[in-house]
Design a binder for this molecule. Sequence first.
Ligand code: KG4
Ligand code: ZN
Length: 350
Amino acid sequence: MRVLAIETSCDETALALVNFSCGEEGCDIAIEAEEVASQVALHRPYGGVVPNVAKREHERNLPVLFERISGRAGFDPRSVDTVAVTVGPGLDPALWAGITFAEELHRKRFPHARLVGANHLEGHLYSFLLSDSLKGTKLPLTGDWDLVPFKNVFPAVHLLVSGGHTMLVLMRGVKERTVLGETRDDAVGEAFDKVARLLGLPYPGGPEIERLASAYRKPPSISFPEPMAHSGDYDFSYSGLKTAVRYYLRGHPGADVSEIAHAFQEAAFAPLVLKAKRALEEYGAASLMLSGGVAANHALQETLKELCSDECRFFVAPLRYNTDNATMITIAAYVNRMGYELRSQPNLSL
Ligand code: KG4
Ligand code: ZN
């Protein structure tokens, strides 16, 4: 099964061509082409993503990225049997840009292929299949995921943390999942972006705050409240933490920005770590998985790895598969063959 996937849910335009090459034992993920055009620089002056600007830029980027993929030596349109496009969740105009392009591409270039909608969150969730420690693991040929020989992987506790989502998911198998909790207001990545803005740092805030936080080496004198860390459920909340930073800045105009970044990052990650730990214990999980843009954060990766220690396996995909990409969308389309309806679904969930 060769899948061409299109991802335009936010501010990355991405295309990928992946061949799930199958033998008797199962299927290997063979990544043939990956293209990502980031719009970060374009949105930076606005301090966040502007939906209609994103849409226009996706419309400009998509044909260019497709030409790069289809212009590769040996590319045969007839070998593509599935075209997948992210239908949600995401920004409505941005999603439509991808869907419209996919429909046109399907009509003109791949009329023989199936055209299916994909769930962006399933893309993040299944990105653990791209982690180095699972390289060589065969995927099932038939779509019968109950038979998959993933030893010591499930049940898994999965922390999906991005600019739009903060979710703790229990996976009893690849396709069997329960959302244990999620954010009641802002997502953790969104909090990084908003706090970065308060600190006068450019968008996106995550990498900027991580850089400053890791450079801070003195004993910290600020501690922000760790939102809902001890709430007894698996939910999260980040709008109060952002407000706490705003008030702190008002009261301490000359404060050290690195120290604030450090204290904020500690407070933002504490509830994620505590609740992941509790879920691992409660469900006797064999592994802990991390995905989404915030998974790019080294401090978070290290803390979760330590949390697992010898007790569980820790999975995180390489950096380029944590932030938005289309390779994870090919996998979502492979795992979920049924696909989603081809219309923009900005609030689609897991
Ligand atoms: O998954 P993603 O690329 O897009 C969404 O689906 O939302 O995630 C983007 C988010 C942004 O909020 C960005 O600030 C955050 O991921 N992010 C980080 C880091 N790199 C990106 N947050 C913390 N530390 C990082 N190193
Ligand atoms: Zn994402």
